[in-house]
Design a protein around this ligand. Structure first.
Ligand SMILES: Cc1cc2nc3c(=O)[nH]c(=O)nc-3n(C[C@H](O)[C@H](O)[C@H](O)COP(=O)(O)OP(=O)(O)OC[C@H]3O[C@@H](n4cnc5c(N)ncnc54)[C@H](O)[C@@H]3O)c2cc1C
Length: 650
């Protein structure tokens, strides 16, 4: 071997450049030996062999049985042939049995050979064909075709086998490639090759981590399950430790359940919106999974039976209802007990003797549950989902069902692996003041099932569906004696609240937000003064004011109540002029006002989101800007009609 071409000193890429300049078969053989004794990179060995084929055997070194050269050529072929030798013996053209070849090159001219060779997908067979050609007609163009086919097929095979040469890959590529290798020995080879070669810290760590995770996979850690009563003797409710609750195992879950809330005896709009959405979701679901799961509407209260036809018209296949004179008003305990009893159908699916058979359902618990994010719906959803030992995504604004590929080890049970979960309800909800949407998933753990997957839905998130009064459905009467214990609260008297404040229909709306924080009472007073300066103006607030813990002087308090809230869960206004002072522009606020003709925002933060959908943006302190605006209006200096008519073009 030439002293200048020690493969150990080269990356495969460098080696390929080097090889182009080496014409000596003996030197190439030496290099091949050195590579085999050294880094053992398959790609490097292939490159050397390819060059060996190009230069052919030395003139003075005729291939005789037993010579070193013949041995080497034979060895290289053996490596790719495997033990059966079915591909024939290269180097022995006469000995090649053409019948054993997947394709005999001698039978093809070059034009026919190109398409034919594409039908061979096995690198061993291809090597044998190459050898047959080299020892037979030895046409350069045919050999090039075979070699390029070998290269392509080998790559595919290598990928499939997880056979990788780290020196050819960036760390990121290596990370991806390692995911396909589950064999510890092979991973160890990759690690050895990396350490003998470039020995990059990041690459070495990646390989080592993969080895660790494969070892863990092989011997998964036993989770010691301690009964909750033993683990937390001080707790009176063992479900506090969810991981060890006795959960349903291999449970049977079906259907989407919708809690249909009524208020003052009427089915509220959000119940209809949810039924419409549930119908659409389950129609697609049934098509996708070729099944027939249903929308189940739940009605609880007194005189709710009258709604059964309606809920079927809005999309339910089944209505389960519980009537009771003592259930006229929503109460946490009895409503929760009733819903859960319906969901489990009269028994505990984890008990030795499960629930009694019901003729309308054959499953342990609902697959999905949906509740309205109203005051009562929020309470009920949290209690029911907790009682059923599952989770809840509250205040959602969208739902869809899809597969989810998850790598979190809490869910997969094994670090470094991925697992696909089917039929997952994706529950989208606004977070961080509505500037960000999160999608919540409720997934089983390896040792624990979480069903139903439950959500509460913000009213108005889905369209009100058109009722179809021709729809047919099943009505199920639920029966359960209410325990006295559940009914500790009784309503002795009640009053209907006033209609509240209607902010719609005004020419102008001034809305105040948390920017008043430095002096909340004064901030609201300044807003009121500005509103008074207009002929027809209402004063509204952001939810930030309603839920904030500001202390207002008593004469101001009534202007900060929920009835004046503008936005997704408040009123939707479309005045000619909307003045937002100290409001950031969260999406839930935006949807309540962005149809206004002209929007003016006053904010100290030039990057406030509201700027994006305002016609005029005043960067400034509302405590300074509002009095100036009021004064300009009162003196007639500011022509609001012109501002509004201008629509932000100035
Ligand atoms: C399910 C759900 C429903 C919701 N529904 C609604 C809804 O219907 N309506 C609604 O409004 N919100 C709603 N929200 C809340 C919403 O996400 C925001 O939290 C809320 O709108 C923020 O109110 P804000 O803009 O007043 O307060 P912040 O976001 O705190 O913004 C205050 C702004 O005032 C500015 N500022 C501070 N000091 C001054 C000053 N001296 N002068 C001028 N500017 C100043 C700041 O730069 C900031 O931009 C909902 C949230 C959820 C999760």
């Amino acid at each position: 071997m030439s002293e200048t071409t020690d493969p150990d000193e080269h990356t495969v890429e460098q080696l390929q450049d080097e090889l182009a300049g080496i014409d000596s078969p003996r030197e190439l053989e030496g290099m091949l030996d050195a590579e085999k004794d050294g880094q053992r990179r398959k790609t490097a060995q292939e490159a050397i062999r390819a060059r060996m084929r190009e230069v052919g055997p030395a003139e003075d070194d005729a291939v005789e049985e037993g010579t070193e050269t013949e041995g080497e050529y034979r060895e290289s072929a053996d490596e790719v042939e495997g033990d059966d030798g079915a591909a024939g013996e290269p180097g022995d053209a006469e000995g090649d049995d053409a019948d054993d070849l997947a394709l005999d090159p001698a039978e093809y001219d070059i034009a026919e050979f190109g398409p034919a060779i594409k039908g061979v997908d096995d690198s061993e067979e291809l090597e044998a064909i190459l050898a047959a050609e080299e020892n037979g007609e030895d046409r350069d163009n045919v050999e090039t075709l075979i070699e390029s086919r070998i290269e392509k097929v080998s790559e595919v095979e290598k990928e499939a086998e997880g056979d990788i040469d780290p020196s050819e890959l960036s760390t990121a590529e290596l990370g991806n490639a390692l995911q396909g290798i589950d064999d510890e020995e092979r991973l160890q080879e990759v690690l050895d090759a990396e350490q003998a070669g470039e020995n990059r810290d990041a690459a070495t760590n990646l390989i080592q981590n993969r080895i660790d995770s494969v070892q863990e996979e092989e011997a998964p850690e036993e989770i010691e399950v301690v009964p909750p009563e033993e683990k937390h003797p001080d707790l009176d409710h063992p479900t506090a430790d969810k991981q060890y609750v006795k959960a349903i195992e291999n449970g049977n879950y079906r259907d989407m359940w919708v809690y249909c809330e009524t208020q003052a005896g009427e089915l509220i709009d959000v119940s209809k919106e949810m039924l419409g959405k549930a119908r659409a979701l389950m129609d697609t679901y049934n098509e996708d999974y070729e099944t027939d799961e249903r929308v189940v509407a739940v009605l609880i209260g007194s005189d709710v039976e009258k709604h059964t036809e309606d809920v079927i018209a809005y999309g339910a296949d089944v209505v389960v209802h519980h009537e009771g004179p003592r259930l006229e008003r929503f109460q946490h305990k009895p409503y929760t007990e009733l819903f859960c009893d319906m969901a489990r159908w009269g028994g505990d699916p984890t008990a030795d003797e499960g629930p009694e058979e019901a003729d309308w359902r054959e499953y342990d618990e609902p697959r999905y549950t949906v509740f309205p994010a109203t005051n009562n719906g929020r309470d009920l959803s949290a209690l029911v989902q907790g009682e059923l030992d599952s989770g809840l995504a509250s205040d959602c604004s969208d739902l869809y069902i899809e597969e989810a590929m998850i790598s979190n080890p809490v869910k997969t049970g094994r670090p470094g692996t991925k697992k696909e979960f089917e039929r997952v309800l994706h529950m989208k909800r606004p977070d961080f003041s509505g500037f960000e949407y999160s999608t919540i998933l409720c997934l089983n753990n390896p040792t624990r099932e979480f069903h139903p997957q439950g959500a509460s839905v913000i009213p108005g998130s889905f369209d009100l569906p058109e009722p179809d009064h021709d729809r047919e459905g099943e009505v199920v009467d639920h029966d359960l004696d209410l325990e006295e214990d559940w009914l500790q609260v009784s309503v002795t008297d009640h009053d209907q609240l006033d209609e509240g404040v209607d902010l719609t229909g005004h020419d102008v709306v001034v809305a105040m937000g948390r920017g008043i924080g430095d002096d909340p009472t004064e901030g609201m007073e300044l807003g009121l003064e500005l509103a008074d300066a207009f002929e027809d103006c209402g004063l509204g607030v952001s939810r930030g004011i309603v839920t904030g813990s500001y202390e207002f002087a008593s004469h101001i308090e009534r202007y900060t109540a929920e009835e004046r809230q503008i936005g997704e869960t408040g009123q939707v206004v479309e005045p000619d002029l909307y003045i937002a002072a100290g409001i950031s522009g969260a999406v839930q606020h935006k949807v309540g006002m962005d149809e206004s003709e002209t929007i003016v925002a006053i904010n100290t933060d030039p990057d406030a989101r509201i700027r994006d959908f305002s016609d005029f943006f005043v960067e400034g302190d509302l405590f300074e800007v509002l009095p100036e605006l009021t004064a300009a209006l009162e003196s007639g200096e500011l022509d609001v009609g012109a501002v509004a008519a201008d629509g932000g073009k100035r």
